[in-house]
Design a protein. Structure first.
Length: 219
C-alpha cells in the first residue's frame, strides 16, 4: 500500500472545493444553492471539483459529442457543455421532468441551452433508440447504480476509439468493500470496478475524487 494517500478532514475537503477554477462561478453557486434547498435529494448533485474536472477533460480532449446519463438539476451538464468544441452538442438522458425543468432554467442562464439535447425516459430505452450511426466521444454516467454495467455495455460500441467514459459514485461511501458486499448498489458498483480493471476493451483508473470516479478510455 502506498504511503502517499492523505486522509481527508472536513477542513481539507473545504480547501479542495475552494481551489479549482470554477469555485467562484456565480451561476454554478446559485444552482448548487437552489439544489440544496430541495432537501436530502441534493446529495445526487456532483461536487464542485468534480464539475471542474469534467470541464477540464472535455476541453482538453476537444470533445464534440458527449453523452450524459443522469442529469438531475443540470450542474454537470453545464460543466460538460461549456467547454465543447465549435458545433458540439451534449446528449442528456434523464427520467425526471421535475428536476430537469430546473436544469433547463440554468442552462439558459449559462448560455448553453442550444448545446444540449435533453431526452426524457428510461435511459436504456432512450440509448437503444439512438440511431446506430450516431456515436459519442465522451460519456458521463451518474444514474441508477445497479444499471451501470448495462450502460457501459450499451455505450462502449457507440464510443469512438480513444473516448473517455466517467462513472460517478464508484466508492459509494466506502461501502464497496469488504466483501461480501450485500447492498445492491454497492454490490453492482464493486462488480463494475473489478470488471473495468480487467476488461481489455478499456484502460481504467479508479480515483478517490469525492465519492469516487472510475475513468475509462476505449482502446
Amino acid at each position: 500500500m502506498s504511503g502517499k494517500h492523505v486522509p481527508l478532514s472536513a477542513a481539507l475537503v473545504d480547501y479542495i472545493e475552494r481551489c479549482h477554477s470554477q469555485s467562484e462561478d456565480p451561476l454554478l453557486l446559485e444552482l448548487r444553492e437552489e439544489t440544496q434547498s430541495l432537501g436530502d435529494i441534493c446529495i445526487m448533485q456532483i461536487t464542485p471539483e468534480q464539475g471542474t474536472f469534467l470541464s477540464l477533460l472535455v476541453g482538453a480532449l476537444g470533445v464534440k459529442r458527449p453523452i450524459e446519463i443522469g442529469t438531475f438539476t443540470g450542474y454537470s451538464a453545464i460543466c460538460l457543455a461549456k467547454p465543447l468544441s465549435d458545433g458540439g452538442k451534449l446528449l442528456c438522458l434523464d427520467s425526471s421532468e421535475e428536476w430537469t425543468s430546473l436544469a433547463r432554467k440554468y442552462w439558459e442562464k449559462a448560455g448553453v441551452l442550444e448545446r444540449i439535447d435533453l431526452r426524457l425516459g428510461d435511459a436504456e430505452e432512450s440509448l437503444q433508440a439512438v440511431p446506430e450511426e450516431e456515436v459519442f466521444d465522451f460519456a458521463f454516467i451518474d444514474a441508477d447504480k445497479t444499471r451501470y454495467d448495462a450502460y457501459f455495455e450499451l455505450l462502449l460500441p457507440r464510443l469512438v476509439k480513444g473516448s473517455v467514459m466517467v462513472f460517478d459514485n464508484m466508492l459509494w461511501g466506502g461501502r464497496v468493500f469488504p466483501e461480501p458486499v450485500v447492498e445492491p448498489d454497492a454490490r453492482a458498483i464493486n462488480a463494475l470496478n473489478r470488471k473495468l480493471a480487467c476488461d481489455r476493451r478499456v484502460e481504467s483508473v479508479l480515483l478517490p475524487v469525492a465519492d469516487g470516479l472510475n475513468i475509462c478510455r476505449k482502446l
